[in-house]
Design a protein around this ligand. Structure first.
Ligand code: DX5
Ligand code: ZN
Length: 221
């Protein structure tokens, strides 16, 4: 198991009309900001177009983890890397040439990440292990914040952790992460945690990020 824990709050459930101040609330205690990009095609919801996302990436005080839930993502992923994302996540289900796109993301200076929807198995994607800096195992159907954590995904998390072996690849989970569920994901082998509604519906978002990190670290002892 990796010795680091990263908390990457999602701003999906933050107040979009004042994103700068929402990000400022959690920036000093978070590792990355997780930016959920949805196109209303790959998922039945829309968040940002590229120009709006690029502004957020540019103005954020901490690095951005762009999670692209968009169809035909190959070229879009390169655009997000060039726009300055620290990490760019593509969905295996939305990519025509996974290997070329992962390589392209790295070539443009970002970490490359491959996401799998709940219905997509890790088998068949093992051969990309040397092209990825992070795997994202979705623990809800992508599209909306505030859904219930799918504990049934933990077997996939365990198998992905095994595949990673001693490589320095991060293993992220996204969807329904809270003080009640984070330990389950840590025990299965995740080390990088998206949390949206748990953080932004909390009275004190920064305090919640700290509490999530402490809970994750303590369950590794
Ligand atoms: C869902 C998004 C998630 C979402 C997480 O499609 O990818 O990042 O914002 O929100 P919570 O933590 O509320 O499940
Ligand atoms: Zn996400």
């Amino acid at each position: 198991m990796s010795s680091h824990i990263r908390i990457t709050p999602s701003i999906l459930n933050a107040d979009f009309s004042q994103l700068d101040s929402e990000i400022a609330k959690i920036a000093s205690v978070s590792d990355y900001i997780h930016l959920d990009v949805m196109d209303d095609v790959f998922v039945p919801n829309f968040t940002f177009d590229f120009d709006a996302a690029a502004k957020i990436i540019k103005s954020s005080p901490i690095p951005i983890d762009s999670h692209l839930m968009v169809a035909d993502v190959d070229q879009i992923a390169i655009d997000y890397a060039q726009a300055g994302s620290a990490s760019v996540t593509i969905h295996a289900e939305a990519t025509h040439d996974i290997r070329a796109t992962l390589k392209g993301i790295r070539f443009h200076g970002a970490r490359s990440a491959l996401a799998l929807k709940p219905g997509t198995e890790i088998d068949g994607y093992e051969s990309y292990v040397d092209e990825v800096d992070m795997f994202l195992i979705m623990t809800v159907e992508p599209g909306f914040g505030g859904q219930k954590f799918m504990e049934s995904m933990m077997d996939k998390v365990r198998r992905t952790r095994k595949l990673i072996g001693s490589r320095p690849i991060w293993l992220q989970v996204d969807g329904g992460i809270s003080l009640e569920t984070i330990e389950i994901a840590v025990e299965a082998g995740a080390d990088t945690f998206v949390a949206g509604s748990a953080v932004f519906n909390a009275e004190d978002p920064a305090q919640m990020v700290i509490a999530l990190r402490e809970r994750a670290l303590s369950s590794k002892l």
